[in-house]
Design a protein. Structure first.
Length: 260
């Protein structure tokens, strides 16, 4: 069953989404070579707690941390550790705030030190594909239109769309129907309706789209060890368009390179 939410529900997700994006704004302050992914996790945990929220991933199906940190060829669900960031790394940080019974889910790429043009092009194409998909959202379009918009853009840029993971409905539950594929054909699939809330979170690889999950049962990586990037927003469907619930209040949705 796909939930249809009212204006009061939108307000609750808006509050949770604001906390989640605020946590990523705090992460931006500390991103630099030598920082451990455990430090990133600590920042997220403390920010959520300070804002009367909880981390939805923490202990979810046994997950041990408050956020996911996915570096370079890690596609998603990288587990924070004592591993430190190196100059030239790209890293995705994925945070979901649970506030007053509602979820706000978002992720963002960060650039560590002097990032290669190759990596920057991948990150930009990933962000642009998400935003292009969000910009077409309105009551009545097909889910396939979302996937096709993303797929067409990234393949035109020479990259590939991960098939093994997708976006999802979100609200009182962390994961709800429907699944939001990031590839597909225009006009196919369920028609979206006013009141739906879901994530769009394309994972884009520099090489081939195949992935594998490591022995920890969480960390997904590219099979060919090529770079991977991801961005994620939680969005709500309105009568004549959409609302993004997880925008950065500091304009850091596409974080600038600190060396610029």
């Amino acid at each position: 069953m796909i939930n249809i939410y009212d204006n009061q529900s939108f307000e609750k997700v808006r509050e949770a989404g604001s906390v989640a994006s605020g946590a990523l704004d705090e992460v931006y302050k500390i991103i630099k070579p030598g920082i451990s992914t455990n430090k990133i996790d600590e920042i997220c945990y403390e920010f959520l707690n300070d804002n009367n929220s909880y981390s939805a991933p923490l202990y979810y199906r046994g997950y041990p941390k408050s956020c996911c940190t996915s570096i370079n060829h890690t596609v998603c669900h990288g587990v924070p550790s004592e591993k430190t960031l190196k100059d030239g790394d790209i890293v995705n940080v994925d945070v979901t705030a649970f506030k007053n019974g509602w979820h706000g889910d978002t992720s963002r790429m960060f650039l560590v030190g002097d990032v290669s043009v190759k990596a920057l092009n991948l990150v930009k194409a990933t962000y642009d594909s998400m935003m292009k998909a969000i910009e077409i959202l309105k009551d009545g379009i097909a889910l396939g239109d979302i996937g096709a918009t993303i797929q067409e853009h990234v393949e035109k840029e020479g990259f590939s769309v991960v098939r093994d993971f997708c976006g999802h409905g979100v609200g009182k539950k962390f994961h709800e129907e429907p699944n939001i594929l990031h590839y597909g054909k225009r006009g196919e699939g369920l028609k979206i309706k006013e009141g739906m809330i879901f994530t769009i979170e394309p994972m884009i690889n520099y090489g081939k789209f195949e992935t594998k999950v490591l022995q920890d049962g969480w960390t997904a990586v590219t099979r060919d060890k090529s770079l991977s990037a991801q961005f994620e927003h939680t969005v709500g469907i309105k009568k004549n368009g959409y609302e993004i619930f997880t925008l950065s209040k500091k304009g850091l949705d596409f974080p600038p390179n600190k060396n610029d």
